[in-house]
Design a protein around this ligand. Structure first.
Ligand code: NAI
Ligand code: MG
Length: 493
């Protein structure tokens, strides 16, 4: 180990990190029932399918609970409840009244923040530090933010009349389970729509806990319906004739299936799909800060982030220095029990996802790239992946082109601005990018030429409910968050 670490300061830091005593969060604050039913029309109901599937903790492979699997009849029931609630209650309710319910949901998430963070970590594998400090507070903030707009739509769209779309079918992934539910539900409700939401099959628990809050908050029955199941259930939502809008976050492959399924219908859609973000470091950048941003950009949430900075472009004059700093920093990262407050990199969300990541690591080696992995201790059970860097990468390599969705970074060098703009844009995706430079003019030049929906400058992976988020090209279309996020749920007359 020590021979990998040339710099003394870092070695000292590393040794002290290694010696951290375990600091596990207690599971006591989290109540997980042995079985969860579907949340339809304000009540938890057994599925008509009579089927349940298990959800596990990917850090230990232990079963946490059984989750109901909704079939087409269950989907029909949920959509009917949403339609009735839309026609009879929600559409007609004074907007300030709607706002009160959304504020109430936000406050109740805050009150139960600890429980939500623990369950998010147990069910999905992300470090407790992230669920506690990022996922849960940001989810509450989304509800607060859109509650604020609910009675001010005439100011958001001056001189226009807004009408809701109707019933929204919302399908979300496993990487930010509660946060994605908030991104979808909050603006839909604020604009007067009702919803049928389906969480991902690996991570349904926090959405079902949110259903409990929605019930306790006395949100009128049918305004929010949360039904569980896998792709077949999702497809039944997408294909339901009485749904007016589909909001989807997930893989580009499923996004394409959805696009084909709704072609020729009146359904509106927003699709937030994959990414292959470029992080670009210029020689004049504050290098230590940039290295920290790159680490955060790709290893945050095990790289299970659609906007993860999975490609790194470093200007040639500082290439060796940056790669050395990255390797040193990699050695200090702690991979392990997501419930431990010291953990930087938790568990990969599923065996299937770990297999995908390992497949790409093999492909990278076969393509001739040079791999560097940290030598940290790894847990014996559960799904884990060492943080991994690749150098000697060619632009045409699959590890530089395809979404890996894991803690794997492909690094290349560049000489000029034009070269790096061309390389960064040379991908099927266009969700996000990062630019690290001391010069404002350089940053403005790049941000106007990079084809990505979100571009961070001298920072990375920063989120705020007021900022729109969404992609170009195969990263999807439509925007979530901010004022733009309202447009996705209204008709402008
Ligand atoms: P996925 O796209 O299959 O799953 C996302 C959601 O879509 C889940 O709720 C799933 O049940 C649902 N779904 C699946 N098939 C459907 C269908 N035919 N119609 C309607 N809904 C359907 O993603 P998966 O298989 O879990 O992950 C595969 C890859 O997708 C990952 O390796 C990653 O590259 C990418 N991904 C991207 C995400 C993002 O945030 N953009 C999130 C999750 C995965
Ligand atoms: Mg799970």
């Amino acid at each position: 180990m020590a021979k990998l670490v040339k710099n003394n300061t870092i070695k000292l830091k590393f040794d002290s990190v290694k010696n951290f005593a375990p600091a596990p969060e207690s599971k006591k604050a989290a109540k997980i029932d042995p079985q969860y039913d579907l949340f339809i029309n304000g009540k938890f109901e057994r599925p008509m399918s009579k089927k349940y599937f298990s959800t596990i903790n990917p850090a230990t492979e232990e079963k946490l609970s059984m989750i109901a699997e909704a079939n087409t009849a269950d989907v029909n029931k949920a959509v009917k409840a949403a339609r009735t609630a839309y026609d009879k209650t929600w559409k007609k309710m004074p907007t300030a009244e709607r706002a009160k319910y959304i504020y109430r949901i936000a406050r109740m998430i805050q009150e139960r923040a600890r429980e939500f963070a623990i369950i998010e970590t147990l069910d999905g594998g992300k470090p407790i530090r992230e669920s506690r400090d990022f996922d849960v507070p940001t989810a509450a903030n989304h509800f607060f933010y859109y509650a604020g707009w609910a009675d001010k739509l005439e100011y958001a769209f001056p001189n226009r009349k807004t009408t809701p779309l109707g019933v929204a079918g919302q399908i979300i992934p496993w990487n930010f389970p509660l946060l994605m539910a908030a991104w979808k539900i909050a603006p839909a409700l604020a604009c007067g729509n009702t919803v049928v939401l389906k969480p991902a099959e690996n991570t349904s628990l926090t959405a079902l806990k949110l259903a409990e809050i929605i019930q306790e908050a006395d949100v009128p029955p049918g305004v929010v319906n949360i039904i569980t199941g896998a792709g077949v259930t999702g497809a039944a939502i997408v294909n339901h004739a009485d749904i007016n809008k589909i909001a989807f976050t997930g893989s580009t492959d499923v996004g394409k299936i959805i696009q084909r399924a709704i072609a020729g219908t009146n359904k509106k859609a927003t699709l937030e799909l994959g990414g292959k973000a470029a992080n670009i470091i210029f020689e004049d950048a504050p290098l230590d800060q940039a290295v920290e941003g790159v680490i955060n950009g790709i290893f945050f949430n095990q790289g299970h982030v659609c906007c993860a900075g999975s490609r790194l472009y470093v200007q040639e004059s500082v290439f060796n220095e940056v790669v050395r700093k990255l390797k040193d920093r990699l050695e200090t990262l702690i991979v392990g029990d997501p419930m431990d407050k010291n953990t930087d990199i938790g568990a990969i969300n599923s065996k299937a996802q770990l297999d995908i990541i390992n497949k790409y690591i093999k492909i990278g080696l076969q393509e001739g790239a040079e791999m560097y992995q940290s030598s940290c201790a790894m847990p014996k059970k559960g799904f884990y992946c060492r943080p991994t860097l690749f150098t000697n990468v060619a632009q045409s390599n699959r590890i530089a082109q395809e979404e890996i969705f894991g803690p794997v970074l492909a690094i290349q060098s560049f000489r000029t601005d034009d070269e790096v703009i061309e390389k960064a844009n040379n991908t099927a995706y266009g969700l996000s990018a990062g630019v690290w430079s001391d010069k404002g003019s350089k940053i403005f030049n790049l941000t106007s030429k990079l084809r990505a929906g979100v571009i961070w400058a001298n920072t990375f992976n920063k989120f705020d409910p007021t900022s729109p988020f969404g992609g170009y090209k195969e990263s999807g279309y439509g925007r979530e968050g901010g004022l733009h996020g309202l447009s996705a749920y209204i008709n402008l007359v």
